[in-house]
Write a protein that binds this ligand. Structure first.
Ligand SMILES: [Fe+2]
Length: 305
């Protein structure tokens, strides 16, 4: 099953195909998104304050189950390149979160085996949220190495560097859209209640604020989710994938962060595959960086949601 391993041992020459994000017609309709997408000016600083820390969000890897064509090879090479870049960052990245769609086709075993073969090189701790292209039982079997892999939702939290981090499972088997059921929302409410004193990141796959991309398949009960958050102003960031598009919205004191795909984008606007870097300063200030593969990171500035 690890046919990919030989290919991975070869040279990843491709920089990744140019990707298209949103149609020009759509851009004309919603110029506010252009402002956010184009808002970049500052090169990523080579060093940061010792008490600052960095977090990387990868999303929508869409790894194939094997390397039968050049596109599949490119997407695996993209992950390999991202791991290499992250490992080289100084100071080291504190942790990495993959916000879903590890797999391209309904959570095939080969996709997770390819994923394992690449991310084992990652030096930073890795956390995963599942996406609509993933399959809970396959992920549990092949990535978590669980013997009795179930279809139970996969959500959890941890605290690090004075921050709390929540990873949710918004997948709804058989649907491209997302949903957080009552038990998970109850758990979220209890978990946030226990950590009111800590600024908090929440990572999940689906978007809870409509942005004009993939809006037919959002988090379907976003209103319930946002209602839970209203009691917790310490939730500073809600970061998702799914939309294959980079856009940060500032809503009150909270940022809703849509992170680009490491494989491909949607629509007609061309851009390279990439990922997001969060930099957290000691005073709690957040900086966001749009990092395209093989290019210097550029700082992004949120638009008002
Ligand atoms: Fe995706």
């Amino acid at each position: 099953m690890l046919r990919g391993r030989q290919a991975l041992g070869g040279v990843c020459l491709s920089l990744g195909r140019s990707v298209r994000l949103i149609s020009r017609a759509f851009l004309a309709a919603v110029p506010v998104f252009l402002i956010a997408a184009a808002a970049a000016c500052c090169i990523f600083p080579p060093t940061i304050e010792p008490s600052s820390f960095r977090v990387v969000q990868l999303s929508d890897l869409h790894l194939p189950s094997d390397l039968k064509d050049s596109q599949s090879h490119t997407w695996v090479c993209n992950l390999k390149a991202a791991v290499s870049e992250i490992n080289a960052m100084q100071p080291p990245v504190q942790f990495v979160v993959v916000s879903g769609d590890i797999a391209e086709h309904n959570g095939e075993a080969g996709s997770y085996k390819l994923f394992n073969s690449v991310v084992r090189e990652l030096k930073a701790p890795l956390y995963v949220a599942l996406g609509n292209h993933d399959r809970r039982s396959a992920f549990r079997r092949y990535v978590l190495q669980e013997e009795a892999a179930s279809e139970a939702p996969y959500y959890y939290s941890f605290s690090q560097n004075g921050w709390h981090v929540v990873v949710l499972d918004s997948t709804q088997p058989g649907s491209a859209g997302g949903f957080l059921d009552a038990p998970q929302l109850d758990w979220l409410r209890r978990d946030l209640s226990k950590h009111r004193d800590l600024p908090t990141f929440i990572f999940l796959h689906h978007h809870s604020v409509l942005i004009g991309v993939a809006d037919d398949f959002p988090l379907r009960n976003a209103a319930e989710f946002v209602e839970v958050l209203e009691g917790f102003p310490n939730v500073r960031v809600v970061a998702n994938g799914h939309v294959h598009h980079s856009l940060i919205l500032e809503v009150g004191d909270r940022y809703f962060v849509n992170t680009m795909s490491l494989a491909y984008g949607h629509g007609d606007d061309a851009s390279l595959p990439g990922y997001r870097i969060f930099e957290v300063e000691p005073n709690g200030k957040l900086r966001f960086y749009d990092k395209r593969l093989h290019q210097d990171p550029v700082e992004e500035f949120p638009s008002n949601g």
